[in-house]
Ligand binder design. Sequence first.
Ligand code: FE2
Ligand code: FE2
Length: 536
Amino acid sequence: MTNELLYLRPNIQVEPLFDYWYAWSHLIPPATAARNLTERHFKVMDSYINAPQVHASAVRNPKLLGGPFIDYGGKRVDEVRKLRDQTKRMRPHLIELSDAIASLDEILRSHAKGFSLQPLYKSVPDVLKGYVELVYDLNNNPSFRVIEPLLYRSRYYDRSAQSLMLSLLDSDERPFLLSTPRLESDSLFHLRVPFDDEVVDGLFRLKTTPRPWGEVKEMLKAPESSERLVSSFFTPNPPSTYLPYQGGGVRWRYFGHACVLLETREISLLFDPVLSYKCESGIPRYTYSDLPDSIDYVIISHNHQDHVLFETLLQIRHKVKNIIVPPSSGGFLQDPSLKLILQNIGFKNVVALDEMESVEWENGSITAYPFLGEHSDLNIRCKAAYLIRIGDRQLLFAADSCNIESRLYEHLQREIGDVDAIFLGMECDGAPLTWLYGPLLTRNIERSMDESRRLAGSNFEQAIDIVRRFNSKSVFVYAMGQEPWLGYIMSLKYTEQSRPIIESNRLIEECSKHNICAERLFGEKEILIEDIGRFS
Ligand SMILES: [Fe+2]
Ligand SMILES: [Fe+2]
């Protein structure tokens, strides 16, 4: 076996972890990680330890899908307790940081009444001194900004919390990532390296470039006890061959959710990379083996876990030349810098593209445009819709943009003109604010307020308005979380009566009446646009 060349199997699931919890983007910046640790992880684990059966029945209740319930069937309580206690021992300064954020909020609420904030600096909790600036908005509402790059260089950013869990995947069903920690088991290999480690790239190169077992073993430092398990992750069989686009136009392929690969002979663009693994569920799909060896631009629309998925990003990092992200609002807790997040997990080529800014190449361009809503009315700038111009074609990738102000699109149409295709998400129910941002709040929000402020995309009226404004020739509803492999990220299960399905069906019918080609994408799709002119 020693000299046989081996590939990483295409169905090896790789879970990025933060102290055994699935690592999503808010678990990288120290301040948001600290808040999630104390206000989500510890609370869910405490609750499970106290009442495991309540969790077991809640997980089975479709009405509570995506709720804060651990999915271990009421079992493994001792292991959850051990994880909680061990995390408390290992991360005292993150606990301290979270408490300091809560104290600072309280100080601002009680003492910042419109007068100078300078006297308050002496009351800032010691752990935050020098890492925050106190500010008012123009209506004297106090807040603070975190000096994020500096905090990453402090002891509060601890890469030892990061690791990867490898296992053989045989189904699309996986527990919801925000609620269930990953516990060790005999079928899992725990690779204890931080995300920016070069072993991560070395491992994923093995998907397409085989190495002998001796080298693989050495790289992964697998102990003897795991050798059998780890060797089962590799195969001498090469993956299916990727066929590059050879035509003179554009090929775009839908990989599921908001992930679209757009290729010409010269360039490749990958939007919101969220890839599934090959598995025998019967739903055809493009996956890792359908990606080119090198991707010119990965383009991220916004910082939600179904659009920024480390599990995919880390697996393709070695192929990515540039990664385009929206900027953030500059240190406010709810809007951590995605550029810094990606840089800290090992991407060296992150470009933050502001609204109306472009990247150009010989026969095309990428321009970022405003994206409204979908963030519970929080001051979050890390979101962009992108217009891709290739030759004389224009494709608008609007992701979860919610058309809460139609006049925006009137202004944008003047700027952009008509478009050939719009890709638009229509998850118009959305979760309430606290589902994602709850751990960042330091006092309770009224339930009715919470329910009214949702992470929701466009409904029928909002979507058709965008389509009409741009006289789009085709419309693709995407980013719906419909593919079964999205369950662990979004926790959605639609029926024909679900509002996003009803509203998107209406859009498709209405478009069809007006000879606009419209479709809700699901699974996989390929479109070739052969006749493109020159870019001007
Ligand atoms: Fe979103
Ligand atoms: Fe989304």
